[in-house]
Structure formats: C-alpha cells, structure tokens
Write a protein that binds this ligand. Structure first.
Ligand code: FDA
Length: 323
C-alpha cells in the first residue's frame, strides 16, 4: 500500500474523524484549515481579501448519515452566506452534496441545496458544488442541472482523472467550472491512474474550457502547469473575466499573493470547521511532503494521542479486512 492509499484510508475512517473533532485543529491542520467557526473564517477571508484575493468557503463536513446531520450542515452554510453578506467580504460558497444528504435521499438533498442556492442567489453569491467520488458524480451533476432551472449562481468541478471528463465539460460548458486533477482513489475502469495521463488530460481540459466555456477556475498548485496556462492565455487573448486561478488555503501562499499581484484573478479555497480531519488527511495523501506540518507538531501530547489512535485503528482496519 502506498503512502497516498494510507492517508486516503485514514481520511475515510469515521472513528478517527469523530475523535479528531474533540481536539480542535491539531497535527498542523491549523495551517491548512482556517479556523473552527464563522468568526475565525471571516477573519481569514478579510486577510486574504486585503491582498486582492477572493475566497471560496467550505464548511467542512464528513460522514453525514442522517437527516438531522444534513440539516445542521445546511443551517451552518446558510449562516456562512449571511455572514459573507453582512460583512461584505469577497467570498462565495463551496459545498459537497453528500454533506447535504445526497447519500440519504436525493430529493431531501435537492431541497437543502435549493434553500442554500436561493439564499445565496438573493445576495448575488455564487455556490460551487465540489465533486467527490465517482459514485456521487452523476447524481451531483443531476442536482446541478435541476437547480439551474431557477438559479444561475451555481457551478461545479470537473476532475481530469475521469475518462468521461471531456464529455462532462462539453455538457456543462455554459457553467462556471473549476477544473482539478481529482483527489479521490478511483478504479482503472473509470479513471486515469498515472500522473502523466492525468496531467496531460488536465491541460487539455483547461485549454478546451478556456476557449469554449463560460468561466474557468484553474485549480492547481502545479507551477509547471500554471506557467503553461499563463502562456496559453496570453497566446489566445483569453479575457480576464473568463478565468481565475485557485489554490487551497495555506498552500503556496507566496505564489497565491504573487499571482494576484501580477493582476490575475485569484481565489483561495478556504475550509473551516470542526470536521477538519478527513480534509487534512486527503491533503497529506496528495502531497506527503505536507507531513512536515505534522512532524513539527509531533511533541504535542494530544497529537501523539490522535496519531496513536490513527496508527492503531489503521492496523486494526487492515487486520479486519484480511479476515
Ligand atoms: P500535484 O499534487 O499534482 O503536484 C504537482 C506539482 O506541483 C508537484 O510535483 C510540485 O512540484 C508542485 N506542488 C504541488 N503542491 C505544492 C505545494 N503545496 N508546495 C510546493 N509545490 C507544490 N479535488 C476533487 O476531487 N474535487 C474537488 O472538488 C476539488 N476541489 C479543489 C479546489 C481547489 C481550489 C484545489 C486547488 C484543488 C481541489 N481539488 C479537488 C484537489 C485536486 O483534485 C488535486 O488533488 C490537488 O489540487 C493536487 O493536485 P495539484 O494539481 O495541485 O498538484
């Protein structure tokens, strides 16, 4: 098992998610998660706005199993929208359909999303549907289509590792799309597996949507691809209002500020909330160098507790699977 698989397995462990919540932001998570409550996230947004950077806010949430949890997530997102409006900050919303009940009941999820999208629409705030694993891909697109009958303040994500990504871009070319490489572990039947294939498809999709689509969020920390796309944009006279660069909060901060200073539209993805653990583990899976963040915290007693639980639980999971 690779280090990437190891961290993805940890991110999917509900027991660890629940335990991590009790400890607040630990293991270095504070450098990539902008606080645990709305007050803290608004402060982070204001700081980024002061550099000319706009934000997309993700109220973190994993493992929503019943309607009350999904309703609580909806209420929290509505409160974030109110706070963005009242504080007048430059920010919009990113959310995950599973958090609003997609795995429980499609119609229930639709109603929750409708409430969120309608409130955001009334304040002229954009809502992005983040994309999760393959099983949730088509239902998420279906929700987007249904909701866009009445609302135009919505868009979604295209994950370049999927073979079907080009087809989906074509179908959704009139939407604002964030294009990413893809963060989940997907089987070879549906997704490219090598970095070379994913990077090649990623560049192809970015170029295609920049030329043909409504608006492109170029979401990557990959400087080689960013430089390539900057040249492509210049060569093809792509207007500034048709694209932006996006990166995650806490990653390559210098480059984020530099791109904004160079005059590019830049948006930082700002996650916050008590449910930080799964998000943090997926970031470690993408880039094991981020482990440095953890190592720096290694003498923290509570961190050791969580890491201890993580290691034990992972080993237990492996043993159970072998049976
Ligand atoms: P990748 O990990 O491929 O790295 C390429 C190279 O870039 C590295 O070799 C290194 O040279 C450089 N690099 C990368 N990170 C660096 C760092 N921190 N410091 C220094 N150098 C670095 N996924 C998903 O499935 N659904 C979603 O909805 C989203 N949403 C989303 C929003 C935003 C704003 C971003 C940036 C990403 C996502 N993702 C996502 C995650 C995405 O799919 C992908 O997993 C990560 O962005 C990692 O891929 P990159 O292209 O960033 O670099």
């Amino acid at each position: 098992m690779s280090l990437k698989d190891f961290f993805i397995a940890l991110s999917e462990n509900q027991f660890l998610n629940n335990n991590a919540k009790k400890y607040g932001l630990k293991m270095g998570a504070a450098s990539v998660v902008a606080g645990t409550n709305i007050k803290e996230v608004i402060e982070s947004i204001k700081e980024l706005n002061s550099h000319g950077i706009s934000c997309t806010v993700d109220n973190l949430g994993e493992f929503v199993h019943d309607q009350s949890e999904a309703t609580a997530a909806k209420e929290q997102i509505l409160a974030v929208i109110e706070a963005i409006h009242q504080e007048g900050v430059d920010a919009h919303i990113s959310l995950k359909p599973s958090q609003l009940g997609l795995d429980i009941d499609y119609d229930f999820c639709y109603k929750n999303l409708k409430e969120i999208v309608a409130l955001a629409d009334s304040y002229n705030i954009f809502v992005n549907f983040d994309m999760e694993n393959y099983a949730r891909l088509q239902p998420s697109f279906d929700l987007l289509k249904e909701l866009s009958v009445d609302h135009h303040n919505i868009g979604t994500v295209i994950q370049a590792y999927f073979f079907r990504a080009k087809e989906d871009i074509e179908k959704f070319k009139n939407y604002r799309l964030r294009i990413v490489k893809g963060a989940y572990k997907e089987p070879a039947e549906v997704a490219y597996q090598t970095k070379e294939d994913i990077d090649r498809n990623y560049i192809e999709l970015l170029e295609y949507h920049l030329l043909n689509g409504k608006f492109t969020s170029i979401a990557t920390h990959d400087h080689t691809i960013i430089n390539h796309i900057k040249q492509f944009i210049a060569d093809n006279d792509i207007p500034k209002d048709k694209y932006e660069f996006q990166m995650l909060y806490g990653f390559r901060r210098d480059m984020q500020i530099e791109l904004a200073k160079e005059g590019y539209n830049f948006c930082t993805y700002v996650p916050f909330g008590q449910d930080w653990y799964g998000y943090f583990m997926r970031r470690l899976a993408e880039r094991p160098q981020n482990l440095e963040l953890v190592v720096k915290q290694v003498f923290n007693k509570r961190t050791n507790t969580i890491l201890g639980i993580a290691a034990a639980s992972f080993a237990l999971g492996r043993l159970t699977k072998r049976k």
